[in-house]
Design a protein around this ligand. Structure first.
Ligand SMILES: [Zn+2]
Length: 414
């Protein structure tokens, strides 16, 4: 596609460097140069990485409010999800991609069923995703053995542009231990990341054993694990995460809304764990705008530790970019040569970006006073997908209409 150069009044690379003004060059979807420039407008930064979501739940947005996780899943979500068809998921994912891209979220890690239409929607929307088809064993669904077989058939033949593949074990409370064993074995054999919900609620224990200790005992943690939530962890659970290099998708807003608790973010960072941020599904958040998490994660960490110095702005921004890339094992989240050209340009001719007296003010403003409303242009793999604040790669009106109609049908079944 030829080399493209984008200039900006400031380039925040995501690995600590800031160029004022600066430029990013890319060719064939990959960044080739990052450095100072003579002039430019706006602020360029890496696309945000949403490390844990079930984006097609956009069709269930608002379906269950003000209830705890167990009620949410058993009474509302699972009965409706069992009725979803491929087209429902395709359109919900398409609308979700438009929502994320518009907010500057260029990569999402998806745990869901109907993996084929999800991959197609991501390709068509021009987004990027780590797709981890989910296996669980609950009434009304395929048995875990049938589902695992289906997932492995998909993984062994799937090939989609900008879609990396992993596998998901929904959780230790929706799967028997033999299923956890089989999923971990499949992941190890294929060198796939395994995505799983761990310790989201206080109730999530198996007998008197914590889930991390069960998973370590079953050698599940020998695989490349991405643990969503990880709210209720003891020191010894954190030791296990450290020993097994378990990555964490921290989802503070979903955890707050379901009154699940506050994960020990500062303790995780002190141990050097790879941590990214996630929105979780749009039925528990209720959006896919990761800027909320960028602000909420440090706020909660400060409250939890009683230390105003916990998780400073630069660290919060890193969690949403470079940290997310590291947690997913994808070459995204930093503007540097060799990484994917996933870029976001924000308007900074806005009151919340005044004043800027030194470089670090830009980072403070990004975290504490900015938001997705300032996202102006977005590129994924070097292709522009948002221009002047509008998603240009998705027919948003059509997708909205489709999701509206399909949500109405699902309420009649549910
Ligand atoms: Zn989740």
């Amino acid at each position: 596609m030829g080399s493209v150069r984008v200039t900006a009044a400031a380039v925040v690379t995501g690995d600590g460097a800031i160029h004022r003004p600066g430029a990013v060059e890319f060719d064939d979807g990959i960044i080739t140069a990052v450095g100072p420039a003579d002039s430019g407008d706006g602020l360029l930064m890496p696309g945000l990485v949403n490390c844990h979501c079930h984006s097609p739940m956009a069709v269930l947005r608002g379906a269950a409010e003000d209830v705890p996780l167990d009620t949410f899943l058993r009474e509302v979500v699972w009965p409706r999800e069992a009725q979803l068809n491929d087209d429902d998921v395709y359109w919900a994912m398409t609308l979700a991609c438009a929502e994320m891209l518009r907010a500057g979220v260029t990569t999402s890690c998806e745990m869901y069923v109907h993996e084929e239409p999800i991959a197609r929607a991501v390709v068509d929307a021009g987004s990027r995703c780590l797709l981890t088809p989910g296996v669980m064993d609950v009434p009304g669904w395929l048995s875990w053995r049938e589902r695992l077989e289906q997932v492995l058939r998909f993984l062994d033949s799937a090939s989609y542009e900008r879609v990396a593949l992993g596998i998901a074990a929904h959780s230790a409370y929706t799967l028997p231990v033999e299923a956890l064993d089989a999923i971990a074995a499949a992941a190890l054999e294929r060198d796939l990341l395994v995505h799983i919900h761990i310790a989201e609620t206080r109730e999530e224990w198996t007998g008197d054993q914590s889930v991390p200790s069960l998973l370590a005992e079953r050698r599940f943690l020998d695989a490349r694990v991405l643990a969503a939530h990880s709210v209720h962890l003891s020191d010894s659970d954190l030791d296990l995460y450290e020993q097994h290099d378990v990555a964490v998708a921290h989802c503070p807003q979903s955890n707050a809304k379901l009154a699940a608790g506050i994960a020990r973010l500062q303790d995780m960072l002190d141990r050097g764990l790879r941590v990214g941020l996630g929105t979780d599904g749009p039925a528990t958040n209720n959006d896919l705008d990761l800027w909320d998490e960028v602000r909420l994660a440090p706020l909660l960490a400060k409250l939890q530790t009683g230390d105003a110095g916990a998780v400073p702005a630069a660290k919060a921004l890193e969690l949403a970019t470079a940290g997310g890339g590291a947690a997913l094992g994808l070459p995204v989240g930093v503007l540097e040569p060799g990484r994917a050209a996933d870029l976001v340009k924000l308007r900074i001719d806005d009151p919340v970006f005044v004043p800027v007296l030194e470089d670090r003010d830009l980072v403070s403003h990004l975290v504490w006073s900015s938001s997705s409303r300032l996202v102006e242009d977005v590129w994924v793999g070097g292709t522009q997908v948002v221009a002047r604040g509008a998603c240009t790669s998705v027919d948003v009106e059509r997708a909205s209409h489709e999701v509206q109609e399909r949500a109405q049908r699902l309420t009649r079944i549910g």
